[in-house]
Design a protein around this ligand. Structure first.
Ligand SMILES: *[C@@H]1O[C@H](CO)[C@@H](O)[C@H](O)[C@H]1NC(C)=O
Ligand SMILES: *[C@@H]1O[C@H](CO)[C@@H](O)[C@H](O)[C@H]1NC(C)=O
Ligand SMILES: *[C@@H]1O[C@H](CO)[C@@H](O)[C@H](O)[C@H]1NC(C)=O
Ligand SMILES: *[C@@H]1O[C@H](CO)[C@@H](O)[C@H](O)[C@H]1NC(C)=O
Ligand SMILES: *[C@@H]1O[C@H](CO)[C@@H](O)[C@H](O)[C@H]1NC(C)=O
Ligand SMILES: *[C@@H]1O[C@H](CO)[C@@H](O)[C@H](O)[C@H]1NC(C)=O
Length: 443
């Protein structure tokens, strides 16, 4: 298994993707897709499905982009766990697996404050170019994209790299700016920092780590004699493969010490983390997405924001900081907040909560598909003329990482379309300000 994996990634690490003649060549593939797309929240952006244009009888009239920051360095908390596990591996007296020999002369050099890596800036800029190519005909000098970001440095940098990409793709004719930065210590619909009573995903991720991590730790301990890795170390070591690969733009040697199966189990760790962190598995998860959903409803319907959760009422009441007359809106955020927003909307609903002891093969809550780096949820408003069983009027569809969502909660049709009225109707949880959940965040 090790050998075949190694020979596959050698093949892939040589690929340079050329996304247009004006662009530098950047490697976006560090491992075979099946492996790289199971790096959970550390998966580099990819289109989950090819983008489908709307049906011919519809034209897009408004676009709302919600995007996660690009690939970043580990956060300070993650760095502590990574360093502890690496130190254990390096303390081994003997490596019986030659793939570990690199550790004899290895120094960990990644940044430790979660800042964007250049590859993450590149993918954010790419997203801006794609947005211009896809939606450029909706804008004009008087109707530029309206852009907001949560205040983390990596989120702000992602937003400005996006606006830069948008501008470059238009040959600098259209130069949108980042207009509003929402402080993460104040009212902020683009961050999950306003619900102190919300629980964490630790009980579920700890359960799964003990199960999947133990055999991997035993295997590595038999290959790095005396390193004494624990199951918990494994959930810190596996991310080194995606982190180092994205930071150095070449495949990290840590990737070769894990199997495709190890990465698939790590993906489930990430799925549990988002599901129980701010998704459906967290009682006070979905309510943290309500503020954004109410802002989205305001834009879609062209009426002022009606929300008493995380919105900044002062900002949202002003046409300067919350205009309602634009065609393209872009908001930059975090993965945990996007998971809360998916759950508030009703996307990726699971028939049963994820089982912390056994991965369900049928789950659609897969973090690498929901919130990879530079993830995006795009809500398009459309004007359709009568066709088949469609009546003339306003419709909505939602794409997550280009995959069209079925919108069963508002009777989405075969094209993923709901009438705007049915969509608004379906968002009763948000319109009711979380039906009492927001108060539970504090009391
Ligand atoms: C160890 O790594 C350093 C820095 O990467 C390099 O300069 C040195 O030649 C390496 N030593 C050996 C023995 O590989
Ligand atoms: C893009 O992000 C990087 C951080 O990685 C930042 O240094 C740079 O200023 C950003 N570029 C633009 C145009 O905002
Ligand atoms: C709302 O936004 C304004 C303008 O940025 C800011 O001065 C104020 O502190 C914010 N208030 C809260 C509670 O977020
Ligand atoms: C690993 O465990 C063994 C046995 O408990 C112990 O003797 C050794 O010192 C440990 N090594 C490290 C690096 O902690
Ligand atoms: C911030 O949110 C809290 C909680 O909903 C609210 O009480 C407060 O009025 C808000 N402040 C502003 C400026 O919107
Ligand atoms: C705002 O929402 C509340 C709660 O759903 C509702 O009672 C009220 O009528 C709404 N106000 C407006 C102006 O729509």
């Amino acid at each position: 298994m090790f050998l075949s994996f190694a020979s596959i990634w050698v093949l892939f690490s040589g690929i340079h993707l050329c996304l247009g003649s004006s662009l530098p060549k950047v490697i976006t593939q560090f491992a075979p897709p099946a492996v790289q797309q199971s790096w959970a929240a550390y998966t580099p952006y990819f289109s989950v499905k090819p983008y489908t244009p709307p049906p011919r009888n519809c034209r897009i009239t408004q676009v709302n982009i919600l995007q996660r920051h690009g690939a970043r360095f580990p956060t300070s908390g993650a760095t502590t766990g990574i360093l502890s596990a690496v130190t254990k591996l390096q303390s081994a007296g003997l490596y019986t697996n030659p793939r570990l020999n690199f550790l004899r002369n290895y120094t960990y050099t990644l940044g430790k404050n979660g800042d964007l890596v250049p590859f993450g800036a590149f993918q954010s800029e790419e997203a801006g170019k794609v947005a211009y190519e896809r939606y450029g005909r909706l804008i004009s000098q008087k109707n530029l994209p309206f852009v907001r970001a949560s205040s983390s440095v990596r989120v702000v940098n992602s937003a400005t790299n996006w606006t830069s990409g948008f501008s470059i793709a238009s040959n600098h004719v259209f130069n949108p700016e980042l207009s509003v930065v929402l402080s993460e210590s104040l009212n902020d619909t683009l961050d999950d920092s306003m619900c102190p009573n919300a629980g964490s995903s630790d009980p579920q991720t700890d359960t799964w780590t003990a199960i999947y991590g133990a055999p991997i730790a035993a295997r590595l301990n038999s290959q790095a004699l005396g390193s004494n890795l624990t199951a918990a170390d494994i959930s810190n070591l596996i991310p080194l493969c995606p982190f180092e690969s994205a930071a150095k733009e070449e495949t990290s040697p840590f990737c070769a010490i894990f199997t495709a199966d190890d990465f698939a189990q790590f993906e489930y760790f990430g799925d549990l983390d988002k599901f129980y962190g701010t998704g459906y598995g967290q009682a006070l998860g979905p309510v943290q997405g309500v503020g954004y959903v109410n802002e989205l409803l305001a834009r879609l319907t062209g009426t002022s924001v009606n929300d008493s959760t995380q919105t900044n009422r002062t900002l949202d009441a002003s046409p300067v900081t919350f205009p309602l007359d634009r065609s393209v809106y872009a908001d930059f955020s975090h993965d945990n907040q996007m998971a809360a927003i998916y759950a508030a909307l009703g996307l990726f609903k699971q028939p049963q909560p994820l089982d912390p002891t056994t991965p369900s093969r049928k789950r659609t809550w897969v973090t690498s598909h929901l919130t990879p780096f530079s993830a995006r949820m795009v809500t398009e408003r459309l004007q359709c003329s009568a066709r088949r069983n469609q009546k003339t009027g306003a419709y909505v569809r939602i794409l997550v990482n280009d995959a069209l969502q079925p919108l069963e909660f508002c009777n989405g049709d075969q094209d993923g379309l709901c009438t705007l009225d049915a969509f608004v109707e379906s968002q009763a949880f948000a319109r009711n300000n979380g039906a009492g959940d927001f108060e539970k965040c504090f009391n």
